[in-house]
Design a protein around this ligand. Structure first.
Ligand code: NDP
Length: 477
């Protein structure tokens, strides 16, 4: 098998490799991908540093053309790349193709942003002097991404980094090197100068740690777990660099008595269980008021019975496998914890066997949960959802906000009064009314509060806050 290598200083390098295994079929090797080490990481950072001065001054038409070409190729290859994504991560094919499409839209958006760079000229407080306010790239940016969105998250970090004139060292999650390699290959062939974008695949504790330890990264943008996020933060403070963290969630969705039952059930099923519940925006706490509680649980349980858990590439599959054995153990451990804590296992909870050996778990619903249980407070990151009863909207809101996290939050209601109140009073970065808590647009800000996020928002024009630094210049003509 050929090795998909790392890209360092414009050259494909690396002889050490590990197998990329499909979670739908552990006998299916997606490919052999290079595993970089600390020396490779240092070389990549040095290459990005050398490439920075020229790229920072590159023309906007060059940046636009490369980003646009990348968007076009990703879109043209969406079926093939979607298949690769579904195969290596376990997301079902339609979701995977959707994610690839989103990656293309993100590159397209930032291709446009390259042409829309602006500054401000304002009069000084002192007559005769002008002040101009401009944005400059920050330098070499380290990008560290998780496994659950193997192409969209790299896209929403790489595209703005390059658009605003930064150079990049990119370390994808070890479980999903395939999409990372593909996107870097496309950008490389689209004409990026040597060293502007470097790919170092490999272990977090090796490659990621070498990035954290480097003095030469001006910023690190990270998405992943809260634990690793803290390490990024501490190391970045040590090295006086900018950092941006997107981390976990324990997203609530409130269902009020006046909700349209089918809208509420569809939103809960989608955001709790689709993508195998492996979305940071998944709603894992359903907070349901008394009057609709039993009807809602019955209807959601009926819906869960119709969802097929199977191979991500098979037509008719609604929920693919869990990403790997470690995550599966985490999910089943929490299912045991939930039962011991006294929640009622209303549906699922069992591993399932399919034609191929994979990490298949039934969608799992707990009822009679309360908000103090570990299953309600800690991120499980699997297809495991708890229903918590609430007396009324006021109590539901308190429960929704009583969490260390604050990424996304939803409400199902036909009442404008409650929808408006919730939009104002939810302590989450993103609020959804009659919609799943997961599933966001590519051109508007993404991010959370509390332990879910730190630093400026990602995506859309808000991305400039992290990937640029503002300069204020005074001129006496
Ligand atoms: P991890 O924190 O384990 O990994 C994230 C990335 O960090 C991976 O590339 C990993 O590499 C790397 N890493 C691991 N250890 C280190 C280290 N010591 N130094 C530097 N980098 C390191 O998270 P997961 O990949 O398991 O992703 C799941 C988590 O991500 C969930 O908690 C989820 O909520 C969160 N997430 C948050 C999102 C958000 O936007 N808020 C979006 C998506 C996920 P490797 O994998 O090779 O070990």
């Amino acid at each position: 098998m050929t090795i998909y290598q790392n890209l360092i200083a414009g050259e494909w390098v690396g002889a050490e490799a590990s197998e990329n295994i499909s979670p739908s079929n552990t006998g299916d090797v997606v490919g052999l991908y290079a595993t970089g080490n600390a020396e490779d990481t240092k070389a990549a950072i040095a290459a990005a540093k050398a490439a920075f001065p020229a790229w920072a001054r590159s023309g906007i038409l060059e940046r636009h053309a490369i980003l646009k070409k990348t968007a076009d190729e990703i879109l043209a290859r969406k079926e093939e790349l979607g298949k690769l994504l579904a195969r290596e991560e376990g997301k079902i094919l339609p979701e995977a193709i959707g994610e690839v499409t989103r990656a293309a839209q993100i590159f397209d958006f930032f291709a446009g942003e390259a042409l829309r760079l602006t500054g401000e000229i304002v009069p000084s407080a002192r007559p005769g002097i002008t002040v101009d306010i401009t944005r400059e790239p920050i330098g070499v940016v380290g990008i560290i991404t998780p496994w659950n969105f193997p192409i969209a998250i790299p896209a929403w970090k790489i595209a703005p980094a390059l658009c605003y004139g930064n150079t990049v060292v990119f370390k994808p999650a070890e479980l999903v090197p395939g999409c990372a390699w593909a996107i870097v290959d496309i950008l490389h062939r689209a004409g990026l100068p040597k060293g502007v974008l470097n790919l170092v695949m490999g272990r977090g504790s090796v490659v990621g740690q070498a990035m954290l330890d480097s003095k030469d990264l001006s910023g690190i943008t990270f998405t992943g777990s809260t634990g690793t996020g803290k390490r990024v933060a501490l190391a970045s403070i040590e090295h006086n660099r900018k950092f941006q963290l997107e981390m976990g969630g324990k997203n609530p969705m409130i269902v009020l008595d006046d909700a349209d039952l089918s809208v509420a059930v569809e939103a809960a099923a989608n955001s709790g269980f689709f993508s195998t519940g492996q979305r940071c925006t998944a709603s894992s706490r359903l907070i349901v008021t008394e009057g609709i509680h039993d009807k809602f649980v019955a209807a959601l349980t009926e819906k869960l019975k119709t969802l097929n858990v199977d191979d991500a590439l098979k037509a008719g599959t609604h929920i693919g496998p869990v990403v790997d054995e470690r995550q599966l153990k985490q999910d089943t451990d929490y299912i045991e914890i939930g039962q011991k804590e006294g929640a009622k296992l209303a549906f699922g909870g069992e591993l399932v066997k399919r034609d191929t050996p994979g990490f298949y778990l039934q969608p799992t619903l707990f009822t009679e949960a309360n908000n103090d249980m570990r299953i309600s407070r800690e991120e499980i990151f699997g297809p495991v959802v708890s229903v918590i009863r609430a007396k009324d909207y006021d109590e539901a809101l308190v429960i929704a906000n009583d969490t260390p996290f604050g990424l996304s939050a939803g409400i199902a209601t036909t009442s404008l009064k409650y929808a408006s109140h919730f939009k104002r009073n939810s302590e989450a970065g993103m609020v959804m009314v009659n919609l799943p808590t997961a599933g966001v647009d590519f051109h508007v800000p993404f991010g959370g509060r509390k332990a879910s996020s730190f630093g400026p928002r990602e995506q859309g024009k808000y991305a400039a806050e992290f990937f640029t630094v503002v300069k204020t210049a005074y001129t006496l003509p």
